[in-house]
Structure formats: structure tokens, C-alpha cells
Design a protein around this ligand. Structure first.
Ligand SMILES: Cc1ncc(COP(=O)(O)O)c(C=O)c1O
Length: 387
């Protein structure tokens, strides 16, 4: 049976593709070192799990409002206030099964056929796919090393079709961040050209070297034109729970809610109770995780830079490194395939993240130091054998 033509616009996920190959190798008895998926190595903190058990015991197992339970929206609103973002829990927040679904709903709710979306690139693949699924066009804007903004290039790409600017700081795949100054430039451009901004801030608690992220929605006159996306997956090691949210103006949230109502209804009820505990309960779990990620970040950057053919800038956020491998003289997809086949190290090709990702590969260091060290040793051997 033939599938719909629109499916041509939706390629399989580059990361999950590699993970599937690795799983097949494991089934054949090989030990594979996984540095491909953005999956926290930590278990979900115990108090959050307990809140879910308790909700189940209390019979909190039915549909909720398709916006999410009010208490959780209220807690999200308070949490956003810490970032100086104002969002009314009654009308301006939608709780979704994962940030990914929030991004999908936001694109469906705001984009028309032929609209252009400026995407700072390299960038997470889901953004391109959600934009294309809404029949709009992603327009990549190359960033400089470490996701730093090239203002000229951003301005040059604005046309009469531009509807939205999409930013993701800290960024997947580079681990780079946008400074407050850069965020202000983007906000001014959005105001000048009457554009919306979708800001995916899912890694905003995972930052290093005392970096202070700025939420674009907190800036003057940006509240109404910003869709802020965030979630629980990365901050609280809750990837499998599927819980995220969007904050935006009432009209956008209403449109997004209609999509959610028609598709998933609401996130799982007891998962929302776990999310409430995550936000209201002790926060020291984040500090502990960030401390450990920071150790791993130092180890992986150091090991990568010991390999003469590889240069790796130090990322300021998230848990990814995006080293330049152009001296290896192979496409990034060939490198990751060969690295998996020969050394059983699983990573992601830079080309997966858009036209400006080539010559790089992405490693996630949300894994153990032991695995990082083993993988880097194998990578070194792999590159040496090529010479
Ligand atoms: C930038 C970005 N946003 C969102 C997500 C996914 O969030 P969730 O698990 O809440 O759907 C990821 C996961 O890799 C990501 O890298």
C-alpha cells in the first residue's frame, strides 16, 4: 500500500536510525558504546517517581483537561517567572506529552503553506520536520562556532514570506548558547519584521561556567510574539515519561490545544502529577546532575582535542559536543557508519542537523565517564588507522 505524499517530507530520524543499527549489532552479541542519543544517564529522581505511584494509588488515572491539570500549569507559570517570562496558567500554557509534541502543535497552529521559518543551524532535526509537516519552509541561517549568531546572515534571510524565527539555546547539536546580547538582536529583528519566535529552551537548566540563559519571551514586547517550549525530559531525567509544555499568547495556545484535543487528548494524568512534584519538590537533583555532566564535558572535550585530526570547542550547555572532523577526509555519515562498524562506537553525523552540520559529528556525553573514555580511545584508534 502506498503512503501519503507528505511522508516524503518526513525523513527517518538520523539519531534513531543509528541507534537501531547499534541495537541490531548488540543482538548479534557485540558490545556497543552509545554516544548517539540525548538520553540522560541518570534515573528519574525518587521523589518524582513516588508522586506518580501515589497518583496511581489514588486513582488519578483518567483524562485531564487537554491543557493539562491546573496545578501543573500554575507550577509551570511560577517556574517561568524565574526566567522572567509571564504566562497566565489559565490561558497561556499548554502541557503536552513531551516538548516534541509542543513543537509539532506550535508549527501546525502558526504556519501556513509557503511560510518561511528562519532556523539557526545546525539544528535538531525535529524542527525541520515539524516545519515541513506544516507545509512551511525551513530557511537555515548558519551560525558561527558554538552557535553564535551571525546577525548579517540572519537579516539577509528575512523575506516577505518569513513568519517565524526558531531558536534553541542551549543548542542541540552544538551545545552552544546564545548570549543575552544575541537574544536581544533576534528580538529586535522579530519586532521590526513582525515575526513570531519559537524558543526551545529544554536545556536551559543544563548550563556550565556560570552561564545565565536569557528567555527571549522575557524581553520587552516579546511576550505576545514568543512561543516558549520547555519540558521535563532533560532537566529531571524524565525522557520516557513524555512531558513538556508551551507558553504563548492565548490565541496560539488555543489553536495548539485544538490539535492536542484531536490527537493525544492530554499527557498521562499520573505523569502530570510527577511533573508537578518535579517543579515543586527539591531541586538539588538538577545541581547534582549538572555537576556530573560538567565533569563528563571536560573529559570528552579534553580527549577529543588530543586527537590531532579533531578540534572540539568547549560547549556551554546541554550534553553534546560537536567536534570538527573535516581533517578526517570522509563525509560525516561515512565516519559514523565506519566508527560503528569497526569500533562499535555509536554517534550521529553532523549532516543530520542541516546543511551546516557537515564536517562534524555529534557525541552525547550524557553517559558514564567510563564509556566516554573507552569510546574516545576507540575513536583515536579509528582515526589513526585511516592515516
Ligand atoms: C532541542 C530539543 N528539544 C526537545 C527535545 C525532546 O524533548 P521531549 O523529550 O520533551 O519531547 C530534544 C531531545 O533530544 C531536543 O534536543
Amino acid at each position: 500500500m502506498k503512503v501519503a505524499e507528505r511522508m516524503m517530507r518526513i525523513p527517518p530520524s538520523g539519531t534513531i536510525n543509528m541507534a537501531d543499527k547499534a541495537i541490531k549489532m548488540e543482538r548479534e552479541g557485540h558490545e556497543v558504546l552509545h554516544l548517539e542519543v540525548g538520553e540522560p544517564y541518570f534515573d528519574t529522581p525518587e521523589h518524582i517517581k513516588k508522586a506518580a505511584y501515589q497518583a496511581l494509588k489514588n486513582g488519578f488515572t483518567h483524562y485531564t483537561s487537554s491543557r493539562g491539570i491546573f496545578e501543573l500549569r500554575e507550577a509551570i507559570s511560577k517556574d517561568l517567572k524565574n526566567r522572567e517570562v509571564e504566562a497566565d496558567p489559565n490561558t497561556e500554557i499548554l502541557v503536552t506529552p513531551g516538548a516534541k509534541h509542543a513543537i509539532y502543535c506550535a508549527c501546525q497552529a502558526t504556519l501556513n503553506q509557503g511560510d518561511e521559518v528562519l532556523v539557526l543551524s545546525p539544528s535538531w532535526t525535529t524542527f525541520y520536520i515539524c516545519i515541513q509537516a506544516a507545509e512551511a519552509k525551513p530557511v537555515e541561517v548558519p551560525t558561527e562556532e558554538g552557535y553564535s549568531l551571525n546577525e548579517e546572515l540572519l537579516k539577509e534571510r528575512v523575506t516577505s514570506h518569513t513568519k517565524l524565527i526558531l531558536i534553541n539555546s542551549p543548542n542541540n547539536p552544538t551545545g552552544g548558547v546564545l548570549t543575552r546580547k544575541e537574544i536581544k538582536v533576534i528580538a529586535d529583528l522579530a519586532k521590526d519584521y513582525e515575526l513570531l519566535v519559537l524558543s526551545d529552551e529544554i536545556y536551559d537548566r543544563l548550563v556550565y561556567d556560570n552561564f545565565k540563559p536569557t528567555s527571549i519571551g522575557s524581553l520587552n514586547e516579546m511576550r505576545d510574539r514568543t512561543i516558549t517550549i520547555n519540558g521535563f525530559s532533560k532537566t529531571y531525567a524524565m525522557t520516557g515519561w513524555r512531558l513538556g509544555y508551551a507558553a504563548a499568547n492565548k490565541t496560539v495556545i488555543e489553536a495548539m490545544q485544538r490539535i492536542q484535543q484531536a490527537t493525544t487528548t492530554c499527557p498521562a494524568s499520573f505523569v502530570q502529577m510527577a511533573g508537578l512534584e518535579a517543579l515543586m519538590g527539591p531541586q538539588d537533583c538538577i545541581e547534582r546532575m549538572v555537576k556530573e555532566y560538567n565533569e563528563r564535558r571536560k573529559v570528552i572535550v579534553n580527549e577529543l582535542n588530543k586527537i590531532p585530526e579533531i578540534t572540539c570547542p568547549t560547549p556551554k550547555g546541554a550534553f553534546y559536543v560537536f567536534p570538527d572532523v573535516s581533517s578526517v577526509k570522509m563525509t560525516s555519515s561515512k565516519i559514523v557508519e565506519e566508527l560503528l562498524k569497526k569500533e562499535k562506537v555509536c554517534s550521529t553525523a553532523g549532516s543530520v542537523f542541516g546543511s551546516f552540520g557537515e564536517n562534524h559529528i555529534r557525541f552525547s556525553y550524557a553517559t558514564s565517564v567510563e564509556i566516554i573514555l573507552k569510546a574516545m580511545e576507540k575513536l583515536r584508534e579509528f582515526v589513526e588507522k585511516l592515516n
